[in-house]
Design a binder for this molecule. Sequence first.
Ligand SMILES: Cc1cc2nc3c(=O)[nH]c(=O)nc-3n(C[C@H](O)[C@H](O)[C@H](O)COP(=O)(O)OP(=O)(O)OC[C@H]3O[C@@H](n4cnc5c(N)ncnc54)[C@H](O)[C@@H]3O)c2cc1C
Length: 293
Amino acid sequence: MRFRSVAASQAEDPPEADVTALVEAGGRVTGVRAETPEGSLTVRADLVVGADGRHSTVRANAGLETLDLGAPMDVLWMRLSRRPTDPEQTLGRIDAGKIFVMLNREDYWQCAYVIEKGGFERVHQAGLASFREEIARLAPHLRDRVGELGNWSDIRLLTVTVDRLRSWHRPGLLCIGDAAHAMSPIGGVGINLAIQDAVAAANILAPRFRQGGIGDNDLRAVQRRREFPTRAMQAVQVFMQNRVIGRVLESTQRPAPPLPVRLLGRWPLLQRLPARLIGLGFRPEHVRMPAGA
Ligand SMILES: Cc1cc2nc3c(=O)[nH]c(=O)nc-3n(C[C@H](O)[C@H](O)[C@H](O)COP(=O)(O)OP(=O)(O)OC[C@H]3O[C@@H](n4cnc5c(N)ncnc54)[C@H](O)[C@@H]3O)c2cc1C
């Protein structure tokens, strides 16, 4: 059986108009081609913004150079129903070689079972019954509903990637969000960063459009503004991936909580730091309304 590897958001929401290629003229990007349920479409634009996630077609077609930072894990993503008597908070379970996270989505648990990179074949070969049993063992209160995982199509393989483009732009084209810098799920910061990129791009580019058009310097200014918070956050994610996640996945005995987690438990004041980093990031952005708007 083959598994579709999808972006977190794509797992639930495939695009209606699927961009398949860039339109170019004289070394400049001037639009995109897309496939829609009604047929093919060409859209021309002064600026194409690639915001199509970590498997970005726009990025691939633009031929922009990527720096791959690596990720030791992939994620199996599934839903299990939530009962009123279940705990409220997000739950995480760690055991030898295993990480299981449950996110409270009111009427269901969004569950993430973390596996070593490329490890899906191993899990699949062990069989669905063994997978269900593993989840019930890690989260006993889910034992009465692991049967909701009726076949493998109820479980999505999400490939984790951490990378960034050396240059986020070409004449007529700008990449933002995961298309410019794919984020790991660690910390749940990728959506914030993608939105902050969009706000920064709008703040910098909207006035230039009003003044008659944008040039390469304006696109460069967007990258300059957003590159530092991206690099800093990816450095934190790669540190956590290698020092915590990778070690847990390799462990054969129940691991002790890693040092950063122990420190957070000992000094509650320190807990404000990750909360601030996750909530606001290294460089918060605010929408700037132009005068008279
Ligand atoms: C397993 C996993 C769990 C994660 N969990 C979290 C989390 O809890 N919180 C968090 O903040 N971050 C999380 N992240 C990271 C987060 O998903 C990304 O950093 C974030 O979604 C990036 O936003 P984006 O808008 O750039 O891309 P995406 O959210 O991926 O959005 C891209 C959009 O483009 C569309 N698209 C793709 N290709 C095309 C095409 N060819 N034509 C037209 N449209 C297209 C897609 O349908 C999608 O709507 C997780 C990542 C992974 C791998």
